[in-house]
Ligand binder design. Structure first.
Ligand SMILES: Nc1ncnc2c1ncn2[C@@H]1O[C@H](COP(=O)(O)OP(=O)(O)OP(=O)(O)O)[C@@H](O)[C@H]1O
Ligand SMILES: [Mg+2]
Length: 250
């Protein structure tokens, strides 16, 4: 990963993500229409670490998919890094997403025929990084995640927790401005969960990457600066996280 200069959060408060009046309807106009997002307004600063919580079906994954532009919204505006995303063509959006957003999915979505290190280096290769450098960076990051002895294993030969760490490495390797995680520690044991959260916090503080994590786990949420609570497709409350209140942030 590139090292970015550490800057006091208070000095620059660049808005990295702004969502205005976002609506998502599935099966629009049909009898089985679901109004999954009902007017979301949200502003996220660069370097924020934010958790999204709420009961099953309240729209957390839908919101993450909208931010990641994996699915089309029904209406509303999303601005990422000063770009109004609706102005991008599909091809521009694909490149923009690759360069700006890292995903860690609820199901890891690893490429089954690629080894751990190949999975992790893929985003770099797609961005045009030469293969030797991509391989070195992928190895370095996997080693940092305690996967140094599993570099050449296929996903089927890894445990769930190990696959999760490969997915985390793949999301981080491109050094994206925003990392989206849908239950990114969901299937990990508590020690590995803590390791992954420590890594998130470290990259958040050193690289000022923005993290948006959906979680049902209160402990994970409390590692974040603030917690956005969702109910029935709306933001019902925003809670300051204890880590923000107690430690402050660099
Ligand atoms: N592809 C889809 N087609 C139709 N309805 C959908 C689709 N995806 C999600 N929904 C519905 O939209 C609502 C929000 O779903 P979403 O997956 O965002 O919930 P969630 O908060 O992530 O839940 P969980 O905590 O269980 O993952 C739910 O009522 C769900 O049934
Ligand atoms: Mg979900």
């Amino acid at each position: 990963m590139k090292e970015r200069k550490v800057t006091q959060k208070s000095i620059s408060q660049k808005l990295i993500l702004k969502i205005s009046q976002l609506h998502k309807r599935y099966n629009e106009g049909k009898s089985n229409e679901v109004h999954a997002l009902q007017g979301i307004d949200l502003a996220v600063n660069q370097g924020d670490m934010m958790a999204i919580m709420g009961s099953s079906g309240c729209g957390k994954t839908t919101l993450l998919n909208m931010i990641g532009h994996l699915d089309r919204r029904s209406s509303g505006e999303i601005v990422i890094n000063d770009v109004v995303t609706s102005t991008l063509s599909d091809a521009q959006m694909t490149a923009f997403r690759r360069d700006n957003i890292g995903f860690i999915f609820q199901l890891f979505n690893l490429f089954p025929f690629l080894t751990a290190v190949e999975n992790v280096e893929t985003p770099l290769l797609l961005s045009g990084v030469n293969s030797g450098l991509a391989r070195e960076q992928a190895k370095m990051l996997l080693r940092e995640l305690g996967m140094g002895d599993r570099l050449y294993h296929l996903p089927t030969d890894l445990s769930g927790g190990q696959q999760q760490r490969v997915a985390v490495a793949r999301a981080l390797i491109n050094d994206p401005a925003i990392i989206l995680g849908d239950e990114p520690t969901g299937d990990l044991d508590s020690k590995t969960s803590a390791d992954v959260m420590n890594l998130f916090r470290r990259i958040n503080r050193i690289n000022r990457q923005t993290l948006i994590l959906v979680t049902h786990n209160r402990w994970i949420a409390e590692q974040c600066d603030y917690i956005v609570h969702m109910t029935d497709g709306k933001i019902s409350r925003i809670e300051q996280g204890p880590s923000n209140a107690v430690e402050g942030k660099q």
